[in-house]
Design a protein around this ligand. Structure first.
Ligand SMILES: C[S@@+](CC[C@H](N)C(=O)[O-])C[C@H]1O[C@@H](n2cnc3c(N)ncnc32)[C@H](O)[C@@H]1O
Length: 246
């Protein structure tokens, strides 16, 4: 029988042995981490990350180019992929806060050489980064006047929409109704923080973005959840990546 040393001496045998080893490892992982177990691990890490249980408040301490950005970095990577693939002329964001996410979108557009950001927040007295591609709008995202101002700025161009303002269900549902017309067929509307209310974080939050999406998809047949955007396992927007189909 060939020993390990014989395999090492004969390259072909070594490759074969490596293949068998890899197969054994895959099989062991499959047995140890079935789909449900894998989901548990992801949810546990999600809660750990979100609550900052060990490292302090990790989530609140993330920034983009020095500006606080309240995002899961894995989601930002997916946003980058979507922006590169779809090249929307405009990103509409509700919920600017310090402007970290708006600056992230603007930075991606700088790299792509095109694109503008229109970002809305009810709070106007905040120091935010100045950037040629960013327009700040002050007002409640669901007020008709605000939506009208956004429409004016977008000027009929196709947009990608990110909802990240008041996370209560009724507000998010009103935003979905107001902003989905900006998204063209094949485009995306991302409802952020659908992880609230036990999905899997903040179990006591009450009806939030996740519930709003459930309601919206019951009344709208032109949008579907793109679970492919959840490929990096942990996302703050589970079931919240909506693709317009028609
Ligand atoms: C979660 S923060 C946004 C975080 C930001 N997008 C980021 O990633 O850094 C939510 C923001 O929504 C704003 N907000 C709350 N209610 C709002 C409303 N009715 N209309 C617009 N913005 C609102 C808050 O002032 C706050 O700045």
């Amino acid at each position: 029988m060939a020993g390990a040393r014989d395999f090492a001496r004969h390259p072909k045998g070594a490759v074969q042995r490596a293949r068998v080893d890899a197969w054994l490892v895959r099989r062991a992982l499959k047995l140890a981490f079935g789909k449900r177990a894998r989901g548990d691990v992801v949810d546990q890490f999600h809660r750990l990350y979100y609550d900052g249980a060990v490292f302090g408040d990790t989530r609140a301490d993330t920034s983009w180019l020095g500006v606080p950005a309240d995002k899961c970095p894995l989601d930002l990577w997916v946003y980058q992929e979507l922006l590169f693939r779809l090249r929307p002329p405009v990103v509409i964001e509700t919920g600017t806060a310090n402007g970290g996410s708006a600056l992230f979108f603007a930075s991606m557009f700088d790299l792509l050489g095109e694109g503008e950001v229109v970002t809305v927040d009810v709070e106007g007295h905040v120091e935010r980064p100045a950037h040629d591609r960013i327009t700040y709008v002050t007002g409640s995202s669901i007020d008709e006047e605000t939506v009208g101002r956004v429409r004016e700025l977008v000027g009929g161009r196709e947009a990608m929409v990110f909802l990240d303002s008041d996370h209560r269900r009724d507000h998010v549902l009103a935003e979905l109704r107001a902003y989905h017309p900006f998204v063209p067929a094949g485009g995306y509307l991302v409802v952020e923080d659908t992880n609230l209310n036990g999905r899997p974080v903040s179990p006591d939050y009450g009806p939030g973005p996740g519930e709003a999406v459930d309601d919206f998809l019951r009344e709208q047949s032109h949008f579907t959840r793109d679970r492919g955007c959840e490929k990096l396992y942990m996302t703050f927007n589970p079931g919240g990546y909506l693709r317009r189909t028609a």
